[in-house]
Ligand binder design. Sequence first.
Ligand SMILES: CC(C)(COP(=O)(O)OP(=O)(O)OC[C@H]1O[C@@H](n2cnc3c(N)ncnc32)[C@H](O)[C@@H]1OP(=O)(O)O)[C@@H](O)C(=O)NCCC(=O)NCCS
Length: 134
Amino acid sequence: MTDTEFIAYAESVCFSRPWTAGDIAACADSPDGVCAVDEGVGYAFGRISFDEAELYRIAVLPDKRGRGAGSALLARFIQECTERGIVRIFLEVRSKNVPAAALYEKHGFKLISVRQGYYGDDDALIYECSINNG
Ligand SMILES: CC(C)(COP(=O)(O)OP(=O)(O)OC[C@H]1O[C@@H](n2cnc3c(N)ncnc32)[C@H](O)[C@@H]1OP(=O)(O)O)[C@@H](O)C(=O)NCCC(=O)NCCS
């Protein structure tokens, strides 16, 4: 199974609106893509634009959660961004997604904005992580 195939499978398990394999490959395989995969467990991917990056998705299969895998994947994503000269990472998450928000805050992300009603039934929280790349 390729990384893209695993991510597409995990997307279908973890999200009600999964990214397609084509969408995932267009991001993860592009020169601007940042992707960390722990096959059979989980993944994180996003995209770089100039000196900033956005984390699009991070997920761990339900039966693998709560054992540090999400934390390890986010650390790998941040490390790759750091090595590629990124100075800040942004992400957006549903306000009701308590596990994800706690994971981001544990890794130094700060809440910078709230988009009220962005998801219709939920607000979007915008987080930023500054990286000391000086
Ligand atoms: C968010 C997610 C990736 C966390 O993965 P995980 O492997 O379970 O996380 P870890 O075991 O590495 O936990 C790391 C930290 O996340 C937070 N966390 C994880 N699960 C949590 C829960 N159920 N409640 C509260 N905080 C939680 C904690 O801060 C935890 O640190 P701690 O163990 O020191 O308390 C996982 O819950 C998931 O895949 N969710 C569905 C997909 C999703 O919503 N992704 C985010 C939006 S793209």
